[in-house]
Design a binder for this molecule. Structure first.
Ligand SMILES: [Zn+2]
Length: 422
């Protein structure tokens, strides 16, 4: 135990050194931080700093188009543009990188994410993503190149074409969202192909909690005859975590970020955050000082544990990965639930291929309905699903079977909760 505490003290020393030297450069020239921060020379200084939320960054870019004021260097020094999906209804946030900060991204991929997943330069990695402004694909791709693995882009292809490419090119790793991996397996089975017999030995996912939800992980592992692995990251922050080989969560990379937790549903006090426990994840990046984020509220729900891990990683573990978006929590008769909890129940049914939770407020009452798609369009599992959900959560959630293909199942993040007007 004492060695674990020593390691934690060492990590904190490294974090403070990186933050101090990085912020010195930032405060000399970055207008966004000049307006909100002072120099950080101690942890006490750090805990005085305000939280940052995405809306502030979007507002800054709206007032100072197109890139806002969170820029430490002249624009000519920046070499890459990515942007968030804007899936939560807001404007996409634009994120710029310099050559140096892009190297930081790719080194984290090579040294932590691929390494943690047991992927090496001998692997051949198939990327089932379209080229676009979404950073996930680009950073995974550039990180794999840096690792020395063979990279196979799977953009601009239908699911059928991707299946055929996997059979032809014999990749050993599939990178995609968890939902899309299951979709690919479904398409393969319709084509009469047993994808579990393919060359894929590992699947690597992000974008949704799925790969850390035991039922979903199991479904992907069975479909591909492969080990299913998770990692985490955000366009505006960088790649934050990698799968623990114990298979029960994600380690957050504390040599490159500072992680804190704040309670959900309150007005949190920046001076009173936790380094473990359940709550919303707050992150500071320590290698992207060209456009840094300090104490950024991610909106992600996590359960951080500092118990020593059998895998040997010195870093904090998000048990069960990212549990979901704080905003996606919904309430049924006073019980707070997250989509990942519903997903865990639904994955017990191999007949269910997709689902969505529809949340409606009717006269201040929460009404929740679960929509499912089944493999053969039959609604024979509906009754059992309702019983199972009731057994798991103690509340009744109505369930309805919808026609095949009516719920979104594309290669980007699945939207699990839809809030409709009552
Ligand atoms: Zn571990």
């Amino acid at each position: 135990m004492s060695s674990n505490l020593d390691t934690q003290a060492e990590i904190k020393t490294i974090q403070l050194e990186k933050l101090q030297s990085g912020m010195e450069e930032v405060l000399a020239s970055n207008p966004f931080y000049q307006a909100r921060h002072h120099q950080v020379t101690s942890w006490d200084d750090f805990y005085e700093l305000p939280f940052l939320i995405k809306a502030e960054l979007v507002e800054d870019q709206t007032k100072n188009p197109p890139f806002g004021t969170n820029l430490t260097y002249p624009l000519g020094d920046y070499v890459r543009l990515h942007q968030t999906s804007g899936s939560s209804g807001g404007r996409p946030l634009r994120c710029l990188d310099t050559a140096r900060s892009w190297q930081w991204w790719t080194s984290i991929w090579a040294n932590h994410i691929y390494k943690g997943a047991g992927i090496t330069s001998d692997d051949r990695i198939f990327f089932a993503f379209s080229f676009g402004p979404f950073v996930g694909f680009w950073s995974a791709y550039a990180g794999a190149e840096r690792l020395g693995a063979m990279v196979i882009p799977g953009g601009s292809m239908s699911s059928e074409q991707r299946i055929l490419a996997i059979l032809d090119l014999e990749p050993t790793v599939l990178c995609s969202t968890p939902t899309y991996a299951l979709r690919l397996a479904e398409v393969a089975s319709k084509m009469g192909i047993d994808i579990s017999k393919s060359s894929i030995t590992r699947t690597l996912h992000a974008g949704e909690p799925g790969a850390s939800i035991p039922g979903t992980k199991q479904a992907i592992e069975t479909a591909f005859g492969a080990i299913c692995l998770d990692h985490t990251g955000m366009t505006e922050l960088g790649p934050t975590g990698f799968t623990c080989s114990e298979g029960d969560g994600v380690h957050f990379i504390e040599s490159e970020f500072i992680f804190e937790v704040i309670p959900v549903g309150t007005d949190p006090d920046p001076r009173n955050t936790q380094s473990e426990g359940v709550g919303e994840l707050v992150v500071t990046n320590l290698g992207r000082f060209c456009s840094p984020l300090v104490r950024y509220r991610t909106g992600d729900l996590v359960d951080l544990s500092r118990q020593p891990c059998a895998c040997g990683s010195p870093f904090v573990k998000a048990v069960g990965g990212i549990r979901g978006r704080v905003d996606d929590m919904f309430t049924v008769r006073g019980i707070n639930l997250y989509p990942s909890q519903v997903e865990e129940v639904l994955r017990r049914y191999s007949e269910i291929v997709n689902f969505q939770i529809r949340h409606k407020k009717v006269r201040h009452m929460d009404e929740v309905a679960l929509l499912i798609e089944t493999r053969d369009g039959s609604d024979s599992v509906v009754e059992q699903v309702v019983l199972d959900l009731r057994h798991s959560f103690g509340v009744r959630i109505d369930c309805e079977c919808v026609p095949s293909g009516s719920l979104p199942s594309d290669e980007m993040k699945a939207k699990r909760v839809v809030h409709v007007q009552g």
